[in-house]
Write a protein that binds this ligand. Structure first.
Ligand SMILES: N[C@@H](CCC(=O)N[C@@H](CS)C(=O)NCC(=O)O)C(=O)O
Length: 217
């Protein structure tokens, strides 16, 4: 059986978990806290979660996991059938990860863990985040599936990452990406009704207490 390693507070872990649930695949969740050590670090050499263990071995990176699942279990599809629309769906996911989640992540230590981030970092992060949100507003629609096709990878990426990065942006950078994304609140409200998303969010809420305890919160 597939084993998903990580913890249910991690947004990247939750991207992979939502895809597994959407696919209806059987999988086991194995808690792996960061910083990873020993055998866990050998399985995920960059020290990050999630990582997935299949019968043949282990691999890392949420997007790689999504693409593996798509090949392993093509139905229900989480990417459009034709190459062009697949590329457009992946483009949305990449923009969210590279130009929204990653810059916002630079200020997570201050937003969520009581640390301090330099003004220079904040300035850089705010610039990229604003551009990323503008790009997403251009590429995606919020009145149904983001790519205008069917619910899939791009939606999962958005549903899991946007609320967290928006929180950090609002708190620390004075950037509210939702103001740049008309219709996003209604879109996310609808998305939360999906069984997969509802389960992931409920599990995340439950896991938060254990997470904060570890962080000393
Ligand atoms: N590019 C990675 C990012 C994963 C990631 O940043 N995970 C965080 C938890 S949300 C983590 O493991 N952080 C620990 C670290 O970076 O040392 C992916 O897509 O899976």
């Amino acid at each position: 059986m597939l084993k998903l390693y990580g913890f249910a507070v991690s947004n990247y872990y939750n991207v992979a978990k939502t895809a597994l649930l959407e696919k209806g695949l059987e999988f086991e969740e194995v808690t792996a806290w960061t910083p990873l050590e020993g055998d866990m670090l050998r399985k995920s050499p960059m020290g990050k979660v999630p990582f997935l263990e299949a019968t043949e071995g282990v691999f890392t990176e949420a997007q790689v996991i999504l693409d593996y699942l798509e090949e392993l279990a093509p139905e229900p599809a989480l990417l459009p059938a034709d190459p062009f629309h697949r590329a457009k769906a992946r483009e949305i996911s990449r923009v969210i990860e590279l130009y929204m989640e990653l810059p916002a992540r630079r200020v997570y230590p201050e937003a969520f863990f009581g640390a301090t981030v330099s003004d220079e970092t904040k300035k850089e992060a705010a610039t990229v985040l604003r551009r990323g949100a503008d790009a997403l507003a251009t590429l995606a629609r919020f009145d149904g599936p983001l790519d205008g096709q069917a619910f899939g990878q791009a939606d999962i990426t958005a549903i899991i990452h946007l609320p967290l990065l928006r929180d950090a942006g609002r708190k620390i950078l004075d950037v509210d990406v939702y103001e740049q994304l008309p219709g996003v609140k209604e879109y996310l409200g609808e998305a939360r009704k999906r069984d997969s998303v509802a389960r992931v969010m409920a599990d995340q809420k439950e896991a938060m207490a254990a997470f904060l305890k570890r962080k000393g919160g």
